[in-house]
Design a protein around this ligand. Structure first.
Ligand code: CP
Ligand code: NVA
Length: 321
């Protein structure tokens, strides 16, 4: 595939997304075939926000491939405060072979990728969560066998998870519906991109304020927290605004009889989803979480396995001798 970074689903062609999902599925079926593929390679993981799944799945994933993960919290590096992003990258690229970052502004991951000669992976920004979407569609493929034409209804906040779900749905030809309260819609450029890519793949994107319309005959109902990391102060006011968007049994009943319930987790049970739905046989949330591991192993392999021994910055240095 020859890609250098994994920053956004939008950077890839539909064929590349399909290829990565196939690779993830192959890795899941034959994990031992890839043991040692990243022997001696280190992934630095920078977390400016908390995490369970992202941290564990990247750490375990690279270990299973023979590599090593290094956890760096904001307390250690204080990106942009203790040291500029440029200097952090110029140091890290000499010691590790790839960087995964979870941060706030999406521009930070873009800047990091611009400065570094090693691959950068987006482990969630305020704008998107591409690794999550890869695991989500891997799960849909496993359970529904094809994504093209599926009605994927996202109900809640038009946030980072929603954007990546829209992008990947557009890449794979899904009919994505997004139901949000007014003022909480996905970003206009995200809507525009998904619709444009859909013209190429047969995918559609429909926005509504009516959760029942979105849920009607859906193959998948997806929700996420109403207040994302960094929006803690808005949690109370959002709880009132989003109350009609709760995924409960009444709403879920409108979907197809064999619909899946999906959530990226962590879930706030009793807010965006009830226990009844979350613990129902329709719920595939833990399979989704496991698939983070397999999807990210595919991303790590693709970005790190075929890289030359000498990184470009080092090569440049030797060229001057
Ligand atoms: N879904 C997800 O990214 O979970 P964490 O925030 O726990 O990493
Ligand atoms: N939208 C959530 C996703 C967490 C995985 C957040 O950004 O907090």
């Amino acid at each position: 595939m020859g890609r250098h970074n994994f920053l956004s689903i939008r950077d890839f062609s539909p064929e590349e997304i399909r290829y990565l999902l196939e690779l993830a599925s192959e890795i899941k079926s034959h994990p031992s075939a890839h043991t040692g593929a990243l022997k001696g390679k280190t992934l630095a993981m920078i977390f400016e926000k908390p995490s369970l799944r992202t941290r564990v799945s990247f750490d375990v994933g690279i270990q299973q491939l023979g590599g090593f993960a290094l956890y760096l919290s904001n307390a250690e590096i204080s990106l942009g405060k203790r040291e500029s992003i440029y200097d952090v990258m110029k140091n890290l690229e000499r010691m590790v072979q790839a960087i995964m970052i979870r941060t706030y502004a999406h521009e930070i991951v873009e800047q990091m990728a611009m400065y570094a000669s090693i691959p950068v992976i987006n482990g969630l920004t305020d704008f998107s969560h591409p690794c999550q979407a890869m695991a989500d569609y891997l799960t849909m493929l496993e359970l529904k066998h094809s994504v093209a034409g599926l009605k994927v209804a996202y109900i809640g906040d038009g946030n980072n998870v929603c954007h990546s779900l829209m992008f990947t749905g557009a890449q794979l030809g899904a009919n994505v519906w997004v139901a949000t309260p007014r003022g909480y819609e996905p970003k206009p450029d995200a809507i525009q991109w998904a619709r444009q890519r859909g013209q190429q793949t047969g995918g559609t994107l429909t926005l509504t304020e009516d959760p029942e319309e979105a849920a009607a005959d859906a193959d998948v109902i997806y929700t996420d927290v109403w207040a994302s990391m960094g929006q803690e102060k808005e949690a109370e006011s959002r709880r009132k605004i989003f109350a009609p968007y709760q995924v409960n049994s009444d709403l879920f009943r409108r979907a197809k009889f064999d619909a899946l319930f999906m959530h990226c987790l962590p879930a706030h049970r009793g807010d965006e989803v009830t226990d009844e739905v979350m613990d129902s046989p329709h719920s595939v949330v833990y399979q989704q979480a496991e698939n983070r591991l397999h999807a990210q192993k595919a991303i790590l392999l693709e970005l790190m396995q075929y890289r030359e021994v000498l990184e470009p910055a080092r090569k440049e240095e030797f060229a001057h001798r």
